[in-house]
Design a protein around this ligand. Structure first.
Ligand code: UDP
Length: 374
């Protein structure tokens, strides 16, 4: 019997989180062969393996181990390492998630005529300084709308395991981190358009220094490196630590007075968890988090328009309000799974037939129009 083979190519921390439920569903489906390929964009234990363990995702079958010193090197390394792997395993479809350097390697699948499935939020910030923004855009006819899987992930890994998290967040947890439950902020920031612009780095550090509460900051390696290179002083009320695992981060978020971040996934999570967030971004692809009044805005490139006193007043105001999140119904992973299975089993993966295009294809398929007398 025909058994379709799906290659799934991922490469960064939030990929594992967002795809975890879908991955477990499809990898345990006996009708499908799956090969999970990790590009190597994130590779350390606390940005990668800890998420496999805590979300109970089996290790990837293949690790590409791609590397590089900038976006061009990383993405071209992934493309050139993925190509021979796909050529060898010949999957019936290759699946990618989001808008990362790993996704750009879909060009390897395209060159091999392997149909591509894109697990994607279609989010746009229209901020062209962002590397992700350059990777976005698609034929609307090839889109299946599923809502945001982060709701499913939090239902399964947080709300259904609340007792576990209450136990984990005991006295010792906070004492050993020198934090007082409910009386600190968690901060995380790593985006290129903040970290690589000295003025923005300064305005973020300045904002954090004005925080009326302690700030606990699991800090990405990129940000740590920049802070060292720029020789900047970390404000006294800010504790810098390495990135932490998902369980620890969930405890930190849910017992905090708010989360200060430039992460896209984190503002979705706080919105669902009912925790106030402060987005340190000029533009967001998640305006819904402002629609639901779960988030405060701070633009690091224009700090003068966002006085820290007002920002922290807003943040503590949110701590006393409730909102309904608007990110999904908790069934996104299942919808993706059912659709992918249906396409694979019924040979419906490719959407590049002429009738699949939303654009008028008449002229490309026209006849030559030359009449010759026989
Ligand atoms: N996260 C974590 N530990 C940390 C910081 C973040 O587990 O120290 C989680 C967070 O809850 C979210 C994801 O990692 O699910 C966000 O990753 P990141 O900020 O790298 O991604 P973005 O969404 O900005 O691309």
């Amino acid at each position: 019997m025909f058994m379709p083979h799906l290659a799934i190519i991922l490469g960064i921390r939030p990929d594992v989180i967002r795809a975890s439920i879908f991955l477990n569903m499809i990898r345990s489906d006996q009708r499908i062969k799956t090969t999970f390929i990790w590009s190597g964009q994130h590779y350390s234990d606390n940005l990668k393996d800890v998420f496999f363990r805590e979300l109970e995702v089996k290790d990837p079958e293949i690790e590409l181990g791609a590397s590089g010193n900038n976006d061009a090197e990383v993405s071209s390394s992934i493309i050139s390492k993925l190509y021979p792997v796909l050529e060898k395993i010949k999957p019936d479809a290759a699946m990618f998630l989001g808008d990362t350097n790993t996704v750009i390697s879909c060009i390897a699948a395209a060159q091999l005529n392997i149909p591509i499935i894109h697990f994607e939020g279609l989010m746009r910030s229209y901020d062209w300084r962002m590397p992700e923004e350059k990777y976005r855009g698609i034929n609307p006819k090839a889109i299946v709308i599923v809502t945001n899987p982060i709701v499913d992930i939090l239902n399964k890994y947080y709300f259904d395991k609340k007792d576990f998290f209450i136990k984990l967040g005991d006295k010792n947890f906070f004492q050993s981190r020198k934090l007082e439950k409910d009386n600190y902020y968690v901060a995380t920031w790593h985006r290129r358009e903040n970290v690589h612009i000295e003025n923005s780095v300064n305005s973020i550090l300045n904002l954090l220094s004005k925080s009326p509460k302690k700030v606990y900051m699991p800090t990405s390696y990129r940000t740590q490196k920049v802070l060292k290179q720029m020789n900047l002083k970390i404000p006294n009320n800010v504790t810098v630590v390495d990135p932490v695992g998902y369980n620890e981060f969930l405890v930190l978020m849910t017992n905090s007075a708010g989360v200060i971040t430039d992460s896209g996934t984190v503002v979705e999570e706080t919105s669902v968890l009912g925790i106030p967030s402060l987005q340190m971004r000029k533009a967001t692809e998640r305006p819904q988090t402002y629609d639901s009044k779960s988030s405060v805005k701070f633009d690091p490139s224009k700090p003068e328009d966002y006085p820290s006193e007002t920002i922290f007043k807003k943040l503590s105001h949110l701590a006393n309000t409730k909102w309904e999140h608007n990110l999904g119904d908790g069934k996104a992973s299942e919808r993706i799974y059912l659709d992918v299975i249906d396409r694979l089993l019924n040979n419906k993966v490719s959407t590049h037939k002429r009738e699949d295009y939303h654009l008028n294809t008449e002229r490309s398929y026209r006849e030559d129009g030359i009449n010759i007398k026989e």
